[in-house]
Design a protein around this ligand. Structure first.
Ligand code: XMP
Length: 263
């Protein structure tokens, strides 16, 4: 099961850092070579790997991407496809199925489409294929407030609540494997963590380049950090990821998530 696999990976590697392998390289062969080089250089400090469409579109899901997934499997790193699935159910099902068939262990999906004829088919496919679904709850960029931060009337309770709180409740109800909350909003992480209560893990992108702080995010309740440009654009990606890993792992210990001196 995805959530256990990534937990085990984190424990074994003593790392809760997920590498977002987003490179600003146009030529597919160069992109593949550099992606593999960075993965090989950093894997010891990672608990998982995340790809985005800026890798899948130029490399091809059943072409170059296969080489990255295969390498991640050799390194025993779970893989996440940041697909932000966001269409009608029938299309969502097909999208999730393709990513799972390609070898991804989990996909990221948007709860804005709802359950019925929205994300339900994605969760069904995930269960059938024993994979994971992570849902967006509050994104890391500045414009997130315009959607995730709106005050809305909850269709179930009739109450006026922030959109992200409704999404956090849905992540619980749908038994999602994770909830994405931007590291750029540590106060939102704290608030959402108080709803999720460690029943759904928090995945937090936005550390470094987008301005988020690893320690604040993890101490607020983030279980995993998703980090891209700060690592891949660093002069020494392995050193950079090790630095972030040390801070994040210490912060998890501080939260009592890791037992001190436990092997
Ligand atoms: P950087 O370079 O900013 O990359 O460290 C972050 C990676 O994470 C993705 N990202 C998000 N994915 N919800 C997501 O599902 C978010 O709120 C979010 N914010 C950033 C981004 O596309 C990149 O791959």
């Amino acid at each position: 099961m995805f959530r256990h696999d990534i937990e085990n990976s984190a424990r074994k590697k003593k790392s809760n850092v997920i590498l977002a392998l987003d490179l600003g390289v146009d030529r597919p062969q160069q992109l593949l070579t550099r992606s593999l080089r960075i993965l090989n250089a950093t894997h010891e400090h990672l608990c998982a790997l995340k790809l985005n469409r800026q890798a899948v579109l130029p490399l091809g899901l059943f072409d170059g991407v296969q080489k990255i997934i295969q390498r991640a499997k050799e390194l025993k790193l779970p893989t996440i496809m940041d697909a932000k699935i966001n269409d009608i159910g029938n299309t969502n099902r097909a999208i999730a199925e393709y990513y799972y068939k390609a070898g991804f262990d989990a996909v990221i999906a948007s709860p804005f489409v709802g359950w019925n004829e929205g994300l339900q088919p994605v969760f069904e496919v995930a269960q059938k294929m024993n994979r994971g679904v992570i849902v967006l709850v509050y994104m890391s960029h500045k414009g997130a407030v315009e959607g995730y931060g709106q005050i809305v009337q909850d269709v179930d309770t009739g109450q006026l609540v922030p959109q992200y709180k409704v999404f956090a409740e849905k992540a619980l109800k749908w038994k999602a494997d994770g909830a994405v909350v931007g590291a750029t909003y540590p106060e939102k992480i704290r608030e959402i963590h108080s709803v999720l209560k460690d029943k759904v893990a928090i995945y937090s992108p936005g550390v470094g380049t987008q301005g988020g702080d690893a320690e604040a995010a993890v101490k607020g309740g983030a279980d995993y950090l998703i980090v891209g440009r700060s690592i891949v654009e660093a002069e020494d990606p392995a050193r950079k990821v090790a630095q972030i890993r040390d801070v994040a792992w210490q912060s998890l210990k501080h939260r009592g998530k890791i037992k001190q001196n436990k092997k």
